[in-house]
Ligand binder design. Structure first.
Ligand code: PAF
Length: 281
């Protein structure tokens, strides 16, 4: 596995690979890798038939709010390098913040409206940070395919809008959520949870399973489903609900009647740890 730090060197490397006809897959991450990230690398290799898989590790300051966990976001480069290598990543791109955001930089990329929905209500600048860094990474890495996890479904749909709106020549693919054996969606932030919080956090996947079952039995009213989901999560004394919502995947606006495709998404705080999870029906 090759390690590249400079954006220009990354760009040159990919251009040389592409000249030899190679199909490039890209997995952008913020590191502290888990099975969710490595599943994205395998997706590029197998389903998307990429010849080379490039993974970036960059904890993007722009997507953290002033009171959020940028400083303490978990980082472990040695561990990540070994996990990426075992996952078959060919190139690890690890730029410095100063290379990604030189002092003179003034440009931000924002997808309007969709960035203010769901997580955007309590994290008003988050998605502008995500779209800005992903636009830059896509320009630097110039992949044929870029893979993202469904756990960040809102992020995926916003990025899809950005790529379409800006005519970016890349195909975005979404990989299913990878869960722990007990149902908790994998996340680098799960390490923040203490034992009791982690136990109570299982109410999130339970609420989503309940929603799925209700729909299978014919329930079509989002309000009824949201009420049941909320009741399940509220049974946990440490859970503080940010939102439980059912929205259209196209524009992330609430839907009146369940019809495909819809995103059932939630965000819940356990102590200071904010967890998200979802299903798409
Ligand atoms: O999903 C993430 O880990 C990040 O939001 C991303 C896409 C790597 C951008 O920093």
């Amino acid at each position: 596995m090759i390690l590249i730090k400079e954006p220009n060197a990354m760009h040159d490397y990919v251009n040389a690979s592409k000249r030899t006809g190679k199909r490039i897959g890209f997995v952008p991450t913020m590191g502290f890798l888990h099975a969710g990230h490595t599943s994205l690398a395998s997706l590029c290799r197998t389903r998307e038939s990429c010849d080379e898989v490039i993974m970036s590790i960059f904890v993007n300051p722009l997507q953290f709010g002033p009171q959020e966990d940028y400083e303490k976001y978990p980082r472990d480069m040695d561990r990540d390098t070994s996990i990426a290598e075992k996952a078959g990543v060919d190139v690890l791109f690890v730029p410095d913040a100063s290379a990604m955001y030189p002092a003179a930089a003034r440009t931000k990329v924002e997808v309007e409206e969709m960035s203010q929905a769901l997580c955007g209500v309590s994290r008003p600048t988050h998605f502008r940070g995500v779209t800005t860094v992903v636009a830059k990474l896509l320009n630097i890495v110039n992949p044929d395919v870029a893979a993202f996890g469904q756990k960040d479904a809102q992020q995926f749909f916003i990025l899809q809008r950005m790529v379409a709106d800006l005519n970016m020549p890349v195909q975005l693919v979404m990989a299913p959520i990878v869960r722990e054996a007990d149902g908790l969606a994998m996340s680098s932030r799960n390490v923040y949870l203490n034992e009791e919080e982690r136990k109570q956090a299982l109410s999130l996947s339970r609420a989503l399973v309940m929603a799925h079952q209700m729909i299978e039995k014919g329930e079509t009213k989002p309000a009824v489903i949201i009420q049941r989901m909320t009741a399940i999560i509220r049974q946990q004394p440490l859970a503080k609900i940010d939102y439980v919502a059912i929205v259209e995947t196209e524009n992330l606006q609430p839907i009146q009647t369940i019809q495909s495709p819809a995103l059932i998404a939630l965000a819940v705080l356990f102590g200071k740890t904010r967890l998200i999870d979802n299903i798409i029906i």
